[in-house]
Design a protein around this ligand. Structure first.
Ligand code: CA
Length: 220
């Protein structure tokens, strides 16, 4: 899962980015509204954290432009304390959730998990596919109750496939959702991650759909 953080305050921006990376996300950051708008308009994020008070273009305008252009990714806005009117304006502009500054990182991460889960149509924090379960609250993957040891990239690939189970996901999609923008991307590494995951998972869970990509599906 890949997220965008748009926050102009450098200390908060780096705290947010670090916390989200530690939670397993690929993270891009922007420090003003113009850059943030451009990134959210051109890259396929699974969720966005958007501060409303931003230089160059305010957060409400950024959000309105995304929504007017048909960008449907979940957006969590950050508002100033006592800024109830900001919350109303933000939600009316298309925000899915909000947090009031200051907040705890744990709460932000919980809200992000909820947004991403609901965007994928999942009712529970436990994603299940046959014998495989991922608990997104603690990033734990298990097969028949036995814990799996995964690298951060393997976890991202598997979580993305789990959020989109039974869908065919192309290699290009996987690349865009597991790497941050500044990462040296190589789509061949996706094949390597898939091969490693298959060794750790029961056979048949990750199908190759020739010429199209991969599909995670419960074995019949
Ligand atoms: Ca700000």
């Amino acid at each position: 899962m890949r997220i965008l953080i748009v926050e102009d305050e450098p200390t908060l921006q780096s705290q947010l980015a670090q916390g989200a990376r530690e939670a397993g996300y690929a993270v891009d950051v922007a420090g003003n509204g113009v850059d943030g708008h451009y990134q959210g308009d051109t890259e396929p994020y699974d969720a966005v954290v958007l501060d409303l008070g931003l230089p160059q273009m305010d957060g409400i305008t950024v959000l309105r432009k995304w929504r007017a252009a048909g960008r449907t990714m979940p957006v969590l806005i950050l508002t100033a304390r006592d800024g109830w009117h900001e919350k109303v304006a933000g939600i009316d502009a298309g925000a899915d959730d909000y947090l009031t500054k200051p907040f705890h990182m744990e709460e932000l991460l919980a809200r992000l998990r909820g947004l991403i889960r609901r965007a994928g149509g999942h009712a529970s924090s436990e994603l299940v596919c046959g014998p495989l379960t991922i608990d997104i609250r603690n990033s734990r993957a298990t097969v028949n109750g036995q814990a799996l040891t995964l690298t951060s990239h393997e976890y991202r690939v598997l979580t993305y496939l789990m959020h989109h189970r039974d869908e065919v996901i192309s290699r290009a999609d996987l690349v865009e959702h597991i790497y941050a923008q500044d990462f040296d991307r190589d789509s061949n590494t996706v094949e390597v991650f898939i091969a490693r995951l298959r060794k750790k998972l029961p056979p048949g869970l990750i199908e190759t759909v020739r010429g199209l990509g991969y599909r995670l599906t419960a074995p019949q």
